[in-house]
Ligand binder design. Structure first.
Ligand SMILES: *Cc1c(COP(=O)(O)O)cnc(C)c1O
Length: 371
């Protein structure tokens, strides 16, 4: 089946009791045992499993071409579960512009528990230098946040394989529509489903999808159940509903992002536009090789610097100044000030989550704000 069809059907389970075409939300926290004491439905207690979560996990596993998926209450909870699954003392190699919330998680929660380095994972020499006997995981984020750097997934997987190191890809920016890291050889994929998967800026969630139901996956499932950072049945329902339109929403975001990137690149006040779909992007060829679409996120830098960047934000009418991304409405953000003093993000950079408004309106708004 094609991805549009999978998105609509793989997460739905019509209700046999009522004939409801759309699966209802199951709020019960506990499930009946039969006379034999067994659980006929397979469900026992909602932390361990819930029908809405099962369907959400089904559709996400299929969209990412994985063996199984586990849903969490946020992207950071999914990331935390991946880190918790590693043996104490494991060395993790992370990208130098890793999503700041997960970078801070490692620094503040896992220091003394795991070892980690933040490096340019796309440079094979650098990667080779940092691999140690206790390296257990290479973390990739591509396109990266907010610099839209592209990492060659196949290349990193090839290096990791030589050393029996696992590869996990934070696929949030790419969405399960634009890029399939498991098909490219990665072992696990992570998403913040708060972003494109939810798509309406109204719920939080995260997911891990595994290429195999192996020992590592058993550990992840254990952490999901015993750690308990699970999404509510209603959140699972809304995510499953959002996923039905995900392929078309993403194609709309991509369409608008490419046209906005084009407009910005030609504008005299703009120093650089970072969007993997532009031929000028330093890793455009890699992106072209591993992505079906280039995504809906872009960043740009203003020649006149930070003060001018802040002025532009304030003049915009349609782009709301707010963090987060992946919703139907366009958002813009001065990223360096969100990331704090140790950021490597340039001060004149603005990050845009290109929404689904008509592109003519978005460009007109950007044009007046830059003038
Ligand atoms: C938002 C985000 C996360 C964290 O997800 P939450 O749902 O906010 O916990 C992780 N990685 C990337 C790339 C993100 O954009």
């Amino acid at each position: 089946m094609k991805i549009e069809t999978t998105a609509i059907h793989a997460g739905n389970h019509s209700d046999e009791n009522t004939g409801a075409v759309i699966q209802p939300i199951t709020l019960s926290t506990t499930y009946l045992r039969g006379e034999d004491g067994l659980y006929q439905s397979g469900y026992i207690y909602s932390r361990a499993g819930n029908p809405n979560r099962t369907q959400l996990e089904n559709v996400l596993a299929k969209l990412e071409h994985g063996a199984d998926a586990a849903a969490f209450s946020s992207g950071n909870a999914a990331g935390m579960s991946a880190f918790q699954s590693l043996k104490t003392g494991t060395h993790v190699i992370c990208p130098d512009d890793m999503y700041h919330g997960l970078r801070n998680q490692l620094k503040h929660i896992f220091s003394g528990i795991l070892e980690f380095d933040f490096v340019d994972v796309n440079d094979e020499n650098v990667l080779g230098e940092y691999i140690k006997p206790n390296t257990g995981l290479i973390w990739i984020e591509t396109p990266s946040n907010p610099l839209l750097k592209i990492t060659d997934i196949k290349k990193v997987v090839a290096i990791a394989r030589q050393h029996q190191i696992k590869v996990l890809v934070d696929n949030t920016f790419a969405t399960p529509i634009c890029q399939h890291p498991l098909v490219l050889g990665a072992d696990m994929v992570m998403h913040s489903s708060t972003k494109y998967i939810g798509g309406h800026s109204d719920l939080m969630g995260g997911v891990l999808v595994s290429a195999a139901k192996d020992e590592w996956w058993t550990k992840i499932r254990q952490i999901q159940e015993l750690g308990g950072a699970i999404p509510s049945p209603a959140d699972c329902y809304y995510l499953t509903r959002s996923i039905k339109t995900l392929p078309y929403r993403v194609k709309g975001h991509v369409h608008n992002a490419l046209l906005l990137a084009d407009f910005l690149e030609k504008h005299e006040k703009i120093e650089t536009v970072l969007y993997p779909g532009l031929k000028s992007h330093p890793q455009h060829e890699i992106a072209n090789g591993q992505m079906a679409y280039f995504g809906g996120m872009l960043s740009f830098c203003l020649k006149a610097g930070e003060a001018e960047a802040r002025k532009v934000i304030n003049k915009l009418q349609l782009f709301a100044q707010a963090t987060s991304l992946g919703g139907v409405e366009s958002l813009i953000e001065h990223r360096a000030s969100v990331e704090g003093p140790d950021t490597i993000t340039p001060q004149n950079l603005l990050r845009v989550s290109v929404g689904l408004e008509h592109i003519d309106d978005l460009i007109a708004d950007m044009e007046q704000a830059l003038s």
